[in-house]
Design a protein around this ligand. Sequence first.
Ligand SMILES: C[S@@+](CC[C@H](N)C(=O)[O-])C[C@H]1O[C@@H](n2cnc3c(N)ncnc32)[C@H](O)[C@@H]1O
Length: 387
Amino acid sequence: MMKGQGQHPMLPHNTHDESSRQMFVQTMKLHLARQVSPHLKTVYRQRVEPELRRALGRTPKDRHDVRRGMVRDPAYQMWSSLQRTSQELKQDSQTEIAFRQIDTLADRAAKLGRGGKGTLRVDPTLKMPRYVSAVDIHIIPGGYHSELIAGDVLPGAVYDPGVFLYSMGRMGAYNEDMGATLLSYVKQTAPGWKPKKILDMGCAVGHSTLPYVDAFPGAEVHALDIAAPMVRYAHARAQAMGKTVHFSQQNAERTDYPDDTFDLVVSHILLHETAHAALRNIFQECRRILKPGGLMVHCETPLYAGMDAYDQFILDWDTYNNNEPFWGPLKDLDLKGICREVGFKPDSFFAKVQTSAVVDLARGRTKLFQGGDFGGAGAWFLVGARK
Ligand SMILES: C[S@@+](CC[C@H](N)C(=O)[O-])C[C@H]1O[C@@H](n2cnc3c(N)ncnc32)[C@H](O)[C@@H]1O
């Protein structure tokens, strides 16, 4: 477990050497984000952009133009290679710690799962879509869904401390920043509203799910994920933390909830990990299971529209280097058009950047959203509509 992370019994235990290795990874990431990365912009302005202008015969207009020049620059190559190395070190160190405890953690999850009022459904027949099974997403070996033993929770045990490490603690002690930020938007725009049934899609280990339990004590909170190890871990974690959530292993594209079930359907960084056809299906499914007048909100990393071409390029690092094939392409989608096509109220579409609810002033924000400084920007992109 990392220093500063909110404790609960599902977190794997670290030996002294494991903690020390993790602290090295965290320090390396922070150094790259704070000390090295800002200089790349100077390299671009002074060395790469003038050459690009000459080669293109115009001003570089978007991330693709900037990329053409930057990938050939030795300073960028060095930073990018160190950035990739830090990510591989992170995943390796995290996976080794959890793997050493794989049986203990599965047993603990099974025991914790039996107490409390929350529920868990897993579906061994559920077929993994190719966008999940074909990619070791952000270089996690085996992705979210692979299972090595019966009742496996390993991917959850890698993900939970991994997010804390990746975000360098800036998403809150329980990595709750996205849920809390989406909630701050709901509370601002619909003060006094008390949704009775809430669904969190692509919940992973429930980092963003639990804030809804606290914010709406009378509500029935459901959460689904396509990966069984994630919902098993999420269920045990929630039980251990005394929060009642109904977790299930389901594909967000086609759930088993009846029509008109939920008042509020949310997701947090699910969309950029799904193929485009799947995203459309997910919007359509949200509309089907929402009650008339119900609200859909998805939380994502900020879009590139209106952003400086260099900033777009650096934010896009994950698309090419961190096994995140849909990260960049998501930013080019016409989300408003998709909402309209699947039948949301035409005037209800919204897209906005919302300031993070968790602002860790002690650690500071770099205002960057690049790999290795996830959560550092202090803002999330929210998109949604009403049925
Ligand atoms: C980046 S994680 C989500 C993080 C989580 N929402 C949070 O706030 O901490 C993406 C999750 O989406 C899940 N996922 C991907 N495609 C899915 C789908 N079609 N249906 C349900 N879950 C999906 C993955 O298994 C993974 O756990």
